[in-house]
Design a protein around this ligand. Sequence first.
Ligand SMILES: [Zn+2]
Length: 536
Amino acid sequence: MQELPTQKGFDSIMSSVCTHGKDIINPYTNQHMYIPCGKCPACLLKKSSMASIKCEVQRAISRYCYMITLTYDTNTVPRARIITSEDDPDLHKFVVKPRPILYYDRKKTRKIEGLSHTDDFTYDFRYPSELMRDYRIKGSLSCDGKYPYLNDYVGYLSWKDFQLFMKRFRFKISKLLGRYEKIHTYVTGEYSPIHFRPHFHFLLFFDAEELAPHVGEFVSACWPYGRADWSAARKDASSYVAGYTNSSSRIPDFLSELPQIRAKSRFSNHFGEKFFTIAKRFAHEGQFSTFLNGESITINGRVLDVRPWRSIINSCFLPYAANTRRTGDELCRLVVDVQRAISQVCTRYGVRDKSSFSSTQAANAIYKLVFNDIDPIDRNEFYRSHPHFSNLLFFARINLDAHPFSQYDVDTILGQLYRLISTVRNFSKEWHISNFDYVTPELRNAVKISQDFYVSRDMYNLKKILQYEEFLDPVFLDVSMHPSEESVKRFSKTSYGTFILNKSRSRLDDSVKHREINDHNIKFVVDYGNYKTEAV
Ligand SMILES: [Zn+2]
């Protein structure tokens, strides 16, 4: 049995509960679940402390850790225009066009090709006109009139730039070492507090001694768009990067919401996972104790039990198996059908090497096939003759008759497809399943263990609830154990709820980097007032 938490421990459990979330349908299990809003103080704090822990975990298993910042020169900042509707001053369009113009480097001698060249999208969004007016002034790339031709433009985060940078960087590393070296990154893309300039911070983890002296040189060479700064990470590097994430609590809402341009953080694939190698080995044999109780790690002198996070759980145990009503046969069918659909689009679009076909590419290809290439009239016939595609769309929770028309619809569907495809692929890879012609005994076993895990986890949680039930007020029990829109609303109205909310607010405020400058931007966050609770 676990020990009961102290009052302080209990406060910290409660302060990580989001009271602004929503009840939704769990995309994996089709059951109701409560999802945190992702923007309020409780959410931001939880995110940043989880990010710090993950960074420390990766650090514990890496020899080197560097902190790197990438910024743009004015001429190379990815540009966008915001066009306001003539009928409704609060309605705007965020317009990014592919760039026919080439950029030049700082000395204006060398052309930089390929910058943001694939970006081509628009978003319609609402934002109060008076705030938009102020944002246009602050965010204009003209730098107070120094670059008049950039008057109408604002900068945006082009994640493509970072991806291409990493590609060049990895290439340089493999050329230097003459072999493939596994490197890990935690990147934060954000908007600066003064002019909302997009830039990136990232932590780089690796083991190769020969690489260490070349990090700076390689980073500069691979980032031709402006400054690149680097340093070996100090002790608190991970919390520093995580703290930047919290400054996103002070930028205009649309910069933290529009899917392709929003400020956010990302971990590289399999980040920190090696730490759980032994736990995973046990899990494959049906022993889940580390997955439920965590693995110990010492961070800044404190011993913490870190549980494998969701991406690790999802690759070890098929998340669709968490729904107790689905049978093993259905789940095996799902894995086989998704893999089959992928190989069919590969054949159709002439992709030879299926293993290098990314899940994003697979999602795009399936989207193209179903929504662009097949005439809507023939779709029913197509589903009939290709039942694995309809099964795939069903599990991805995509309406078979969907007619995506806005960029937002397209992004949503692609996101749903990507989630399903990458989940099934990671699971197959984790269990070394490669034959999808029929349901193999290996697949059946992996699915069975997944089902067992989710049953064990439910039991574990139930035990915890029973243990807490004896001494906890039912209002708090609901919120900490199975929150819903209703239970958190009830909780936030109690005086203890108000106390906790205020506490998260002030903890978040303290953790924002460059707090003073950032505080000037509070007005740009329309919802900010909603998250602020005055003392009672
Ligand atoms: Zn929240």
